[in-house]
Design a protein around this ligand. Structure first.
Ligand code: ZN
Length: 61
């Protein structure tokens, strides 16, 4: 069975573990209403994705 020649340094170990760490989703501003929305998600406040309406949003809400 193959055995590693050297022990991995602490910084390499931390780099590997940091790569799988959970990160908060990146927020962008909606182009039509200006709300902070995660990227690749239709805007929940105005229902726009890109330049077209994809969700039915109540006018009151
Ligand atoms: Zn919007």
């Amino acid at each position: 069975m193959a055995v590693p020649k050297r022990r991995q340094s602490k910084s390499r170990q931390k780099l590997r573990r940091g790569a799988t760490q959970w990160k908060a989703p990146k927020l962008k501003t909606c182009s039509s209403c200006g709300a902070a929305v995660p990227s690749h998600i239709a805007c929940p406040s105005c229902g726009y994705y890109g330049d077209r309406q994809v969700l039915d949003v109540d006018a009151a809400g």
